[in-house]
Design a protein around this ligand. Structure first.
Ligand code: MLT
Ligand code: MN
Ligand code: ZN
Length: 305
């Protein structure tokens, strides 16, 4: 199985257009220790030729231009991506759908019922696309049953309900329902290898931990270093956990959770917010990750399992 990181940043990207935090300032100034990143998305393939997109980022056109796997191969129109899986209804994971409207037939879009509700009510993008290519909605089972998205049918995909957060526009922003956010456990029957992907994760419960521990590679929430990161910078009044993200540092944080995994599991942080000090590869925080065997995803990263 092949995984290509199309976008490794959280919502806003890196640098974020209106942000003058130390990281955003330094990447604009050309610091060799800071690397630009686009918003959250990966592509998954069983054979390296046919792909399933996971999340449609607002930066999708730029991401496709940099990834030949998406380019048309034959005929006048085409795309290496055959279907789209959505882990939630957040803006950074869905607004790229607008940019894919030129397709000549409906896009297969896999999502849970709560995500489908948000994407047909608060943010009715799936309805709007009916005026363009249309959408063939596929039911993404939130109960762990396997599903087989187009482009990577031979892989065994399963979704786990996560404790995270629905988008601010959702009627269930403050009263979560199961399926607002899911993590993906993808297994390649050919190799027996598994990856777990969860860019938004507020709590590692037993089911999530078991999924992570049974994986060969985990790609998990790398949004914030500290729970009060946005508060400390004066950018928000909300804690990381309040908006659906478990911070890396501190008791019970992501570093501690990843430290409980079996040694052979590859650990990758993804969906990194522009305020996170780990975006400076010369930072003390980055050295702590390195010592813990934790990698930081970057745009264009490729993982073969
Ligand atoms: C999140 O991951 O918390 C959201 O995507 C934030 C956003 O809307 O940009
Ligand atoms: Mn996000
Ligand atoms: Zn910033």
């Amino acid at each position: 199985m092949y995984i290509r990181v199309l976008g490794s940043a959280a919502g806003g990207g890196f640098p974020q257009w209106n942000c003058n935090c130390p990281n955003c300032r330094q990447v604009r100034a050309g610091s060799p220790h800071h690397q630009r990143r686009t918003q959250s998305s990966i592509a998954v393939s069983a054979d390296g030729t046919r792909w399933t997109l996971v999340n449609a980022s607002p930066d999708i056109l730029q991401q496709f231009q940099l990834f030949p796997g998406t380019w048309p191969k034959e005929g006048l129109r085409g795309c290496g991506i055959e279907s789209i899986v959505l882990v939630d209804a957040q803006i950074d994971h869905t607004t790229g759908l607008y940019m894919l409207r030129e397709k000549g037939s409906p896009w297969p879009v896999w999502c849970t019922d709560p995500v489908f509700e948000d994407l047909t009510r608060g943010n009715p993008i799936l309805h709007l696309l009916e005026h363009y290519c249309g959408v063939a909605r596929r039911d993404l089972p939130g109960n762990g049953a396997s599903f087989h998205p187009e482009g990577s049918e031979s892989l065994d995909w399963r979704a786990l309900p996560l404790l995270s957060a629905a988008p601010p526009y959702s009627p269930h922003r403050n009263n979560p329902v199961s399926g607002d956010n899911v993590g993906l456990l993808i297994r390649d029957p050919a190799s027996g290898k598994r990856v777990f992907y969860a860019p938004g994760l507020a709590e590692v419960d037993d089911a999530v931990f078991d999924a992570m521990a049974g994986s060969d590679c985990v790609m998990v929430d790398g949004t914030f270093w500290t729970d009060d990161e946005m508060i400390a910078l004066g950018l928000s009044t909300k804690r990381a956990r309040d908006i659906g993200h478990l911070a890396q540092s501190g008791p019970g944080g992501m570093i501690e959770q990843l430290g409980r995994l079996p040694r052979h599991v590859r650990r990758v942080l993804i969906h990194i917010n522009n305020t996170n000090p780990i975006l400076d590869d010369s930072s003390a925080q980055r050295a702590i990750l390195a010592a813990a065997g934790i990698e930081v995803a970057f745009d264009g990263m490729e993982i073969a399992l």
